[in-house]
Write a protein that binds this ligand. Structure first.
Ligand code: DGL
Length: 265
């Protein structure tokens, strides 16, 4: 079946993934769904969140009839990918922290993982570290406050750099202060909201760093699982689970129409 690519996130973070998808496939039709009624996912309890993610993705698949679902959320993917694959009849591409490319690029072998509280603590994340970065020191920083800043940014509010700086202090401490480990040189943006804040992250960082996200890897993966992408330019539909008129202008910048409410059973 030739349907659009359905991009799903708790909020606006998936737009960073949609942007990578558009760079790779400029003609591909895309739909966007976010579960803004349950945002932020990073602070939710696992069992209830798993059930919720499956219900919302099922409803979005029913509404959009996509050929592939891209779960553009690390917090959702590291928890519920297997459940989604069992439930849905289409391919599901997940987003997980880019530990492998970070390990390939880090020269000091000290990597920062900036993600939600849930993602930094997930067994899935630990397995990625064990598999691909066992020779690296990993400093995990839960930065859920940055999710709030990215949401505000898409609603037209300039990010608050004081609040961002407070969330980032534990990371900067291992960039600048002497520790028993070599200095950190690479940061994994393990939450899809964070690439939206990259200009501020780069500005606030006390030293130049490699910033790694999963956008390109996801875009490449989509081509591996779907033979042909639809190019129906009438798409660009967007569904939310709570009213989001404040996001209409931000969504339009990423090629999506004004949000409609999704009917989640
Ligand atoms: N964008 C989501 C991620 O990649 C998380 C945001 C949230 O906490 O809802 O993890």
């Amino acid at each position: 079946m030739k349907g659009p690519v359905l991009v799903f996130d708790s909020g606006v973070g998936g737009l960073s993934v949609a942007q990578s998808l558009r760079q790779h496939y400029p003609d591909a039709a895309m739909c966007y769904t976010c579960d803004n009624a349950w945002l932020p996912y990073g602070l939710r309890e696992d069992a209830a969140l798993t059930e919720r993610i499956v219900s919302v993705c099922q409803a979005a698949v029913d509404a959009c009839q996509p050929s592939v679902l891209v779960v553009a959320c690390n917090t959702a993917s590291t928890l519920a990918l297997e459940h989604l694959r069992q439930q849905l009849a289409i391919p599901v591409v997940g987003t997980v922290p880019a530990i492998k490319p970070a390990a390939a690029i880090s020269q000091t072998r000290h990597i920062g993982l900036l993600a939600t509280r849930a993602t930094v603590a997930r067994p899935y994340t630990q397995r990625l570290i064990d598999s691909f970065a066992s020779d690296c020191v990993i400093t995990r920083v839960a930065a859920d406050a940055l999710v709030v800043e990215a949401e505000a940014y898409l609603a037209g509010i300039t990010p608050n750099t004081e609040r961002m700086q407070a969330a980032l202090t534990p990371l900067w401490q291992v960039v600048t202060a002497p520790t028993e480990h070599p200095k950190l040189d690479t940061v994994v943006l393990g939450c899809t909201h964070f690439p939206l804040l990259k200009p501020w992250l780069e500005q606030l960082a006390p030293a130049p760093l490699y910033w790694i996200d999963s956008g390109d890897a996801i875009a490449r993966r989509v081509a591996q699982v779907v033979a042909e992408l639809s190019s129906d330019h009438h798409d660009g539909r967007c569904y939310t689970t709570a009213p989001a008129a404040n996001l209409t202008a931000g969504l339009a910048r990423y090629g999506f129409k004004a949000p409609q409410l999704l009917n989640v059973r």
